[in-house]
Ligand binder design. Sequence first.
Ligand SMILES: NC(=O)c1ccc[n+]([C@@H]2O[C@H](COP(=O)([O-])OP(=O)(O)OC[C@H]3O[C@@H](n4cnc5c(N)ncnc54)[C@H](OP(=O)(O)O)[C@@H]3O)[C@@H](O)[C@H]2O)c1
Length: 440
Amino acid sequence: MTQPISTQSGSTRASFASRRLDVHGEHLVTTVLPSGGAYAWEVSGEVGSPLAEAVRGASVPASPPALAVVLGRDYEPAADAALLDAVARARSCGLPVALLHEGAGGVSLLRAAALEVRGLRFGSVEVAARTPRALSAAPAAAAASLESAALGGPGQRREVLVDARGRTLTGQWRPVELPASTPPSTAGRAAAPVLVTGGLGGLGLRAAAAVAAAAGVRVLLLDSRGPGELTAGEQRLLSRLRAGARAGADVLTADVTDPRAVARALDRAGGTAPSVLVHCAGSVAGGLVADARPEDLARLRAAKSQGLRTVLAHLDRGALRCLVAFGSVTSRRVHPGMGGYALANEVLRRTALRVAGGLPGCAVVVAEWSLWSGAGEAHRMGVVKDAARQGMPAVPLRPGMDALLRMLRRPAGPEHAAALVVTGAGDRGFPEPGAAAPGR
Ligand SMILES: NC(=O)c1ccc[n+]([C@@H]2O[C@H](COP(=O)([O-])OP(=O)(O)OC[C@H]3O[C@@H](n4cnc5c(N)ncnc54)[C@H](OP(=O)(O)O)[C@@H]3O)[C@@H](O)[C@H]2O)c1
């Protein structure tokens, strides 16, 4: 199923990368789901929405009880409590949980909970449009997603999309070829800098250095940490980056979730309009779903999705040519104890693909990386070797940064916006075994 990204003849970096990484994108295929039977749905979440009404309307009182968490188009703060409450009820009463949403997401949290709570059954249905056919098909799809072993076991994807015509679709992973490894075009835009959020972090510093070297443009490193908080090793990296960045490198200190701080920092940078945004700001924290509080989930999400929206609100969107958001494969393949981080990355993916609609001249990629070796949080935590032993080879630094440069070459426009999963080559767990769409 997997194949390496293509080799560019004459490019040492690309041929190096081709041996070390796999890149996958998700494609939706129409799927006939087996019947899931009837349920007596107990609805929570956005209980007044047409989708919630449709679920209540399909409820059959004498049937087995099940929880339906209904969410809307955006992941609102109240969604955390709704999902956590449902998981708590599922644990205490043994009820299955179906998530029905209109784009908000949240299934990654349920996927983690199913790995942590023995016997927890869950399913997920995304409704693409509020058409009568989609709304009436959604409850049956939810029942089917609870039942269908063909959609994967605990911790695997159990997601169904219902389109405007009421058809059910499921995702399949396909290898994706990245464009040739040439620097992003700066023709006529010599002054347009590259903005890297989380730019003083392990990967942010390297991403900034890679883009600065390839494109010869000024880099702006936006981070909540100031340069004074860097370790000696990070200071040396920053000095090297400053010395190597032909057009200069500036550190901007701001929390990406604080609109005023972001505005001040960008003003200090001279009001120039970046042509490239690499959004790396984020943090990792573990913990069981059962122990999580809504504020824990919100905190993990903040720098990623809220941060992306805040930064974009202060940029000249018309000048932006590329946006790469650093997400994680954890949003697709979760591990016990990583539900909050998985959810943060799922919501980031959905946010970035949503904002792509307002960026017609911009290439948008959500890079859902596996763990990296050579730099970054996983490397610092010393978990890379263990992961490789479990069949999850890391993304090595140089091929990973080469892949980032190649993502910057993807075509502009919302129709090309994509979430791409990048793993070390030969990852045994991705795509998930047995998670292919039924009937394929
Ligand atoms: N490392 C990996 O293996 C890996 C794998 C997949 C995805 N990713 C993703 O890639 C991105 C970079 O990861 P990394 O390993 O380089 O992590 P990192 O070394 O911890 O760097 C992240 C940087 O973002 C900053 N930051 C956090 N919250 C912020 C906020 N609200 N405003 C501004 N800056 C903020 C952090 O500052 P503080 O230290 O002060 O919080 C840190 O400097 C993250 O989004 C991560 O989830 C990493």
